[in-house]
Design a protein. Structure first.
Ligand code: NOJ
Ligand code: CA
Length: 732
């Protein structure tokens, strides 16, 4: 049985009951050590009643100091009408305990999680206002979570009601030194920004503030989004994020004066000063600090999931992880249209198929053609965008308010026939609900829209929120957070899994609602088709995603573009800055239980009409895993990951190079002892180049076993993917 050291007391985890309960308002310090004794969090109350926490390595036996990761950082709030509640605290009570999170994931990057933690609760009373708040921390071996709870009875008098109105949360994250940070701006309305990798002191996020846009970029402070990941001077990596974000604005991290690190600043609203308004009792989301020695291990850190409530939906057998194709990229290429009307008028225009044929992409015949492509290539889903009426006006400021109803197909799209045809071939249509950025209208229609899906036996929807909300709220404020949660909850009742674009960032809700399957919330593949070279994702973007957005949860990046030059459709300057090897590696490095095979079917064919030799890899691409093995990587630079396919003796390994050629040595220590495997490797050829030789791919078959090493060079903007089978299974 493991023994936890709690503030000098030994406590047995298995029978943990609150252990120490000193009394009085004069407590000054309490600490907690992680179950493996590697981390320590210490809470202290200073003479002026500020309560701070600090996080660091736990000094070993006999030692009196160890590395500090987060220097003493204050806790508190600014409340409407009451001012700052961040000093003059009395520490009334300290309760310590311990616990364990042990659960399986119906789908995921791992099958099971099992993590012990130590816990502490501090009951604080603010002497000046009389406001009471409980600070709760859980310390795992790989990170810290902390949150605040406001109870009703002790606060009614101080607040004058049962409602709390929060102007700002003042949680400090005084990271030590001037770490190198992988960051994106703390934008209240869109995550579709460039990602940077700079010292903390060099962060300039406000340059991204750019209001008058279809989706305005709203960066009022020099603040960064979470997850934000950083490397401290001693090589330790931290990633700051939040868990269980419910009915509260998202947290961004304001860059404080040098030495002061970061501090929470919440996304706001144009309608009121208070950023969060909640009836009591309520708890804030957990503020999470993942701690890993190696950057790549952040990909296997489950702190955020651990701090979410258990699964409420069970096994969700109705949702099957899968690859999916889409009647989608053809619209970005300009080959097809989302809307029906311009599809008709454009029929026969230059570059199109037969004259007189509609360019409206979501027509029955075209969709069936895509279904055939999916069926031929073991692709289980097909997204169809532009299937429903409204796309003629969806960007019009007034008409967009009532553009979509999510149940009325265009006249050339026989929804039922297409769904039945797909089902006959083992391909399920992935529904599409573009809300044109009007959550209220969507909320009115959720039941009708999901009931239609249920009646058709469809279980996945991609949603979208292009446009500023018309009601003065931003996507990431409390209003937006509430909306996205409501959609997950409503969809669950109809056995529908949701993949929101222009979403709120994930904070581990997939543990509680495993129908929260994926989402956007970053610059995805679509930016490579926006035609403006400055908008295109640079080679550093992918590793940036891996160590920021992807740490929050599954990401619908939509990889798999094979026609990387967009030949035949777009101008000479339009291109995806990637090699084919990079596209293939992305499937393994970026985790999601649905992964798009995003290009148009024609792009997967060679000039002679046969499928591209990399197609077997995509055909057997898995999207559900038993284990994830982070192999190598550095913040902002590159990543190499292996994963074991769920319930199968099959593995994938993938890497992405980032902004320079990257030699890597892949060690197969993740394979079981004494078994020989066949590896099919799809890697950048020696002469591959992300601009002028994108498709140069080397495909080789070899034998590997535990202990083998594979040396290869991922080219700038490139990478590799490999599939590993037990040797006998591949004697073809
Ligand atoms: C933006 C989404 O990210 C993209 O995937 C989608 O095609 C368009 N909105 C239209 O809904
Ligand atoms: Ca988008």
């Amino acid at each position: 049985m493991r023994v936890l050291l709690l503030g000098g007391l030994a406590l047995l985890t298995a029978c943990s009951k609150p252990s120490s309960k000193p009394s009085g308002g004069d407590l000054t310090e309490a600490f907690l050590v992680s179950p493996d004794e590697s981390l320590r969090v210490t809470f202290a109350r200073s003479a002026d009643g500020r309560v701070s926490y600090r996080l660091g390595a736990n000094p070993g036996e006999g030692a009196d100091s160890a590395a500090t990761y987060i220097l003493p950082s204050t806790l508190g709030f600014e409340l409407e009408g009451l001012g700052r509640v961040d000093s003059a605290f009395e520490m009334l009570d300290v309760v310590k305990s311990a616990g364990n999170e042990s659960y399986s994931l119906p789908w995921g990057e791992v099958a099971n999680v099992n993590a012990d933690y130590g816990a502490i609760q501090l009951s604080l009373k603010h002497a000046t206002t009389g406001v009471s708040v409980t600070v709760e921390a859980r310390l795992f071996d790989d990170g810290l979570g902390l949150r605040y709870t406001f109870y009703k009875a002790p606060n009614r008098e101080a607040l004058g009601s049962d409602t709390i109105r929060i102007l700002e949360e003042l949680t400090g994250f005084r990271v030590s030194g001037d770490p190198l940070v992988n960051w994106g701006p703390g934008d209240w309305n869109s995550y579709e920004n460039r990602l940077e990798f700079t010292p903390l002191s060099k962060i300039d996020a406000k340059k991204y503030d750019d209001r008058p846009q279809l989706i305005s970029r709203v960066v009022p402070n020099n603040a960064i989004m979470t997850p934000a990941s950083m490397r401290l001077a001693d090589g330790t990596h931290l990633s700051i994020h939040e868990a269980d974000l419910v009915d509260y604005p998202e947290m961004t991290l304001e860059v404080m004066p040098v030495g002061e690190g970061l501090r929470s600043t919440l996304a706001g609203s144009q309608n009121r000063a208070a950023k969060a308004v909640r009836a009591l009792p309520f708890s804030t989301p957990w503020r999470t600090i993942a701690v890993e020695k190696r950057a790549i291990d952040l990909l296997n850190n489950h702190l955020v999931l651990n701090l979410n409530p258990p699964n409420q939906l069970g096994e969700v057998e109705w949702f099957e992880p899968t690859t999916y194709a889409g009647v989608w990229w053809e619209m970005f290429l300009g080959k097809g249209t989302w809307d029906y009307a311009s599809g008709q008028s454009a029929a026969g225009s230059a570059g199109q198929a037969e004259s007189g044929v509609s360019k409206h992409a979501a027509n029955t015949a075209n969709v069936k053609r895509y279904i055939d492509f999916c069926a031929a290539n073991d692709i289980g889903g097909l997204l169809v965008e532009g299937w429903n009426t409204g796309w003629e006006v969806w960007l019009d400021s007034a008409a967009r308010l009532e553009a979509f109803d999510f149940v009325t197909p265009y006249p050339d799209y026989d929804l039922r026939e297409v769904v039945a045809y797909g089902k006959s071939k083992g391909v399920d249509i992935v529904m599409h609900h573009e809300t044109s950025g009007v959550p209220e209208r969507y909320e009115q229609q959720l039941d009708t829209a999901f009931a239609l899906m249920q009646a058709l036996g469809l279980h996945i929807v991609k949603s979208g929120y292009v446009g500023n909300y018309p009601n003065g709220e931003w996507h990431h404020g409390q209003y937006g957070v509430r909306h996205y949660r409501k959609v997950f909850e409503t969809a669950a009742r109809y056995e529908v899994a949701v993949n929101p674009h222009e979403p709120i960032k994930p904070t581990g809700e997939r543990r509680t609602f495993p129908n929260a399957i994926s989402g956007e919330g970053a610059r995805g593949m679509e930016y490579n088709a926006f035609g403006d070279y400055t908008q295109v994702n640079q080679p550093s973007h992918l590793p940036g995603l891996v160590y920021t957005r992807c740490l929050a949860g599954p990401f619908d990046y939509t990889p798999g573009i094979f026609n990387l030059e967009m030949d035949g459709y777009r101008g000479p300057d339009d291109e995806v800055l990637s090699t084919l090897g990079g596209q293939l590696g992305t499937y393994v490095v970026i985790y999601a239980p649905i992964q798009m095979i995003a290009d148009i079917p024609e792009s997967y064919l060679d000039p002679d009409g046969s499928y591209h030799p990399a197609m077997p890899y995509l055909r057997e691409m898995a999207t559900n895993w038993d284990e994830t093995y982070p192999l190598a990587g550095e913040l902002g630079e590159y990543a190499v990951v292996a994963r074991k396919v769920r319930n199968e003796n099959r593995y994938f390994v993938g890497g992405i190079a980032g902004d320079r050629d990257r030699p890597v040595s892949v060690k197969f220590d993740f394979l079981p002892e004494g078994v020989e495997y066949t590896i099919d490797l799809y890697a950048d050829a020696d002469d591959a180049h992300y601009r002028n030789n994108k498709k140069a791919l080397s495909i080789t078959r070899n034998t590997v076993s535990r202990g083998s090493t594979l040396d290869l060079t991922m080219k700038r903007g490139g990478g590799f993917g490999a599939v590993i089978h037990i040797a006998e299974a591949r004697q073809d």
